[in-house]
Ligand binder design. Structure first.
Ligand SMILES: N[C@@H](CCC(=O)N[C@@H](CS)C(=O)NCC(=O)O)C(=O)O
Length: 277
């Protein structure tokens, strides 16, 4: 019986899971799209699958799996196909550090940057009553707080600064790990570290700000080019983005780029000492 994926086209967490399926060679998965802009994630049937009201959710023969990094691991364990985890225990622990970084800082960083670049404007077009209703449905209180603060303060919100810092730490780490011989983060093998990070980096590229971090980081740049060259990337990231979204990302990103640069310069001067990964 094929697995069913509840997901949304231009959603980094959904891209992660689609990439994992693709890299394992799983093609016969059933797609159920959850339109985040129409509020499908808040519908009672979906909340039964995912009480946090977020995508993605995987259903495998009645078993429900949530959390994109965990779903990606599940897919690797569940299906034949190239292994996406190193066999060596230490390399595996290292790989999971990237998953942890995604879940603990990078995901939020990309969320707040995307929100400040694009989604905030959608919310600003709502009436106060519509806005209050929308925010009241966001069940994760920290997420609600982020949206409310960024809605009020835009790119000056402290969450954006923390996001810029999380990305800086990530790129410091990536640049220090890769070299002329190490093609992937865990060595010769393409792993879930790449699967989990690729969608976030893609979003940074599409909102036109990735150069802020990639400039003077040749190994990270070459590694990202290799990632983008995989057929899974074209099939599971690029193909799912519609023409309006490309333009919205590009133009939205440009409105916040200078502020992100300033945040990064500030972070490098004031907080760099504390930035060990
Ligand atoms: N930790 C969760 C986060 C999921 C998440 O934040 N998904 C976003 C899309 S990438 C979402 O559904 N957002 C809905 C909303 O903000 O209302 C995971 O990795 O699955």
């Amino acid at each position: 019986m094929p697995v069913t994926l509840y997901h949304f086209g231009n959603s980094a967490c959904s891209e992660k899971v689609r990439l994992a399926l693709n890299e394992k060679g799983v093609r016969d998965w059933e797609s159920r799209q959850v339109d985040l802009f129409k509020g499908d994630q808040f519908k009672s049937e979906y909340l039964k699958l995912n009480p946090k009201a977020v995508v993605p959710t995987l259903v495998d023969d009645g078993k429900i799996i949530t959390e994109s990094t965990l779903i990606a691991e599940y897919i690797d364990d569940r299906f034949d196909g190239p292994a996406l985890k190193p066999t060596d225990p230490f390399a595996r622990a290292e790989m999971r550090l990237y998953s942890k970084a995604c879940d603990e800082g990078v995901h939020q960083a990309i969320g707040v940057i995307s929100f400040a670049a694009m989604f905030m404007d959608r919310l600003r077009r709502m009436s106060p009553a519509e806005l209050a209703e929308h925010l009241s449905k966001v069940v994760d209180l920290e997420r609600r707080d982020r949206y409310t603060t960024i809605h009020a303060h835009g790119v000056r919100a402290p969450h954006v600064y923390r996001g810029v810092a999380a990305l800086e730490k990530l790129f410091q780490k990536i640049e220090s790990v890769l070299n002329d011989r190490r093609r992937w983060l865990c060595g010769d093998q393409f792993t879930l570290a790449e699967v989990n990070l690729a969608p976030y980096l893609a979003r940074l590229e599409y909102v036109n700000v990735i150069d802020i971090w990639l400039v003077e980081r040749p190994f990270s740049t070459a590694w990202f080019e290799r990632l983008k060259g995989r057929s899974s990337f074209a099939d599971e990231v690029v193909k799912w983005i519609n023409p309006n979204e490309w333009e919205e990302m590009r133009s939205g990103g440009l409105t916040i780029k200078d502020a992100l640069r300033e945040n990064l310069a500030d972070y490098r001067v004031n907080d760099f000492g504390a930035s060990h990964y």
